[in-house]
Design a protein around this ligand. Structure first.
Ligand code: NDP
Length: 479
């Protein structure tokens, strides 16, 4: 036994993670892949790396010092189960199996339970940062037991990104908590990307600026409160010229957005938990809408507004869009953290939202200065019921709301879809409302289904006898 850590699955993510591990002082990394070629290639490409090439699960287990620790980086779903089944056969109680793939958290809960029965520890760890992050330092969101964190913690800290001196990894919570938080991270990423895309679209169509000119706007924004990796790469993408046509690359890319499902998981889970993640949902739906060319062709002749869209003062409009983007972003993050709060309550996880925001400051796709503000907000008030209500964010919303409204109005009048901007504003107005028309919905529910209602002026549950004399009676609470 010569290796202190192992990696199973050597496609882009696994091979980069293995190289990252091998580059750290004192590590020797056992590597294994289903098909032998990837292992041979990795060994040949990096003769300098501290790798132990293995070609069977027996050899892999024999090469690892105890407690054995192995990170699985294979295709999520069936392949992950297949690898776990093999590892359980050759590992022993006390050993640790880490799934670093993009697993759906209920699968992680199921796997953790099943593997725990063998005495082996199972840790579902969300890893964000793409292939580059895996190599140079990702943000890592591990779940699993406290016992496994003792062995795993130092290893993961050694390979994670570092933000302001802190490694971007924390023990998020038990069993599926890590993959849950990774899922919400991706949902927030969807919202962030859609908001930026809407900002670009509005500026382009409102001011007539070219993509390269708008790249400068984003580069400027990246110096302020919007500073983030996604704003930075947006400027890069907008600046890119297509070698073949000489046009801006963004103009030759087919406008149908793909998705690998984590946004949809975030929304599905939010629906089950009853958490309104409307910004994330609209961002996910916007991708779906874009990728139905036949429906878009069928609707192409629908009329839009008569007047052309031009803004009188381009600089003022751009500043309005910036403020609308920042306000909508606050709402998207607030909704994401709300989902984490609700998930923790549902699945009995103890999740420190402040710690989650700190490990997202480096390595991952949504990394941003902004996350420091979230960390501050939770440090100030760990049980904050609504992130957006923390003083810094509430002030920003108050300052930005007029601009936000102007932008949504302009988009609506111009016939430019801005689902993430406008749904975030609708959430803002909904959550701050003194009274909501939910009262009428309760009345309707009571009318057709005797679902009962509560009153603002006295305790109890009531039903109006709609089909009878319409007098009100006290009723059993049926929700
Ligand atoms: P892929 O998701 O493309 O998976 C390929 C790997 O899975 C190969 O090593 C392949 O082995 C192995 N595999 C497939 N089926 C089986 C099986 N039945 N038994 C054993 N091994 C199998 O690789 P990636 O590197 O892109 O991603 C790995 C994981 O990391 C995934 O869960 C992904 O969602 C996640 N992830 C990916 C990110 C990215 O940017 N790509 C970012 C963050 C997470 P073989 O060579 O034999 O085919």
């Amino acid at each position: 036994a010569v290796a202190n850590i192992g990696v199973v699955g050597l496609a882009v993510m696994g091979s980069n993670l293995a190289r990252n591990l091998a580059s750290r002082e004192g590590n020797k990394v056992a590597i294994l892949n289903r098909s032998r070629s990837k292992t041979d290639e990795l060994l040949a490409a990096h003769p300098e790396a501290e790798f132990v090439g293995t070609f069977s699960y027996e050899e892999f287990a024999a090469s690892l010092a105890k407690p054995r620790t192995a990170i699985i980086m294979v295709k999520a779903g069936g392949p992950t189960d297949a690898v776990i089944d093999e590892l359980v056969k050759v590992f022993e109680p006390g050993d640790i199996i880490v799934d670093g793939g993009n697993a759906y958290f209920p699968d992680t809960i199921r796997r953790e339970k099943a593997v725990r029965e063998t005495g082996i520890n199972f840790v579902g760890a969300g890893i964000s940062g793409g292939e580059e992050g895996a190599l140079t330092g990702p943000s890592i969101m591990p779940g699993g037991s406290d016992e496994s964190w003792i062995t795993l913690g130092p290893i993961l800290k050694s390979i994670a990104a570092v933000a302001e001196g802190e490694p971007c990894v924390t023990h998020v919570g038990h069993d599926g908590a890590g993959h849950f938080v990774k899922m919400v991270h991706n949902g927030i990423e969807y919202a962030d990307m859609q908001l930026i895309a809407e900002a670009y679209d509005l500026i382009r169509r409102g001011t007539g600026k070219t993509p390269a000119e708008i790249a400068e706007v984003f580069a400027e924004w990246n110096k302020g409160e919007l500073e983030s990796y996604l704003i930075e790469i947006t400027a890069e993408v907008l600046r890119q010229v297509d070698a073949e046509t000489g046009k801006p690359l963004v103009d030759v890319i087919l406008d149908q957005a793909g998705a690998k499902g984590t946004g949809a998981w975030t929304v599905q889970t939010a629906l089950s938990l009853g958490v309104p993640v409307s910004g994330i949902a609209e961002a996910t739906f916007a991708r779906s809408l874009s990728s139905h060319p036949e429906q878009r062709a069928a609707a192409r002749s629908f009329p839009g507004p008569d007047e052309e869209f031009t803004v009188a003062d381009a600089d003022a409009f751009i500043e309005d869009v910036r403020q609308a983007l920042f306000a909508s972003k606050i709402i998207a993050y607030s909704q994401g953290f709300d989902e984490i709060r609700a998930g923790a309550a549902e699945y009995n996880w103890t999740i420190d939202n402040g710690a989650v925001s700190r490990i997202w400051r480096g390595g991952c796709i949504i990394r941003a200065q902004f996350l420091n503000r979230i960390a501050d907000a939770y440090a100030e008030q760990p049980e904050l019921p609504l992130l957006a209500s923390a003083p810094y964010f509430a002030d920003a919303l108050a300052r930005g709301q007029a601009a936000w409204r102007r932008v949504v109005i302009a988009a609506t009048q111009a016939g430019i879809p801005s689902p993430a901007f406008s749904s975030s504003l609708a959430y803002y107005d909904g959550i701050r409302a003194e009274r909501l028309p939910a009262a009428l919905v309760q009345g309707q529910r009571d009318f057709f289904g005797a679902h009962t209602y509560k009153r603002i002026d006295k305790e109890g549950t009531f039903h109006t006898q709609w089909s009878g004399d319409r007098t009100e009676i006290e009723a059993e609470d049926t929700h």
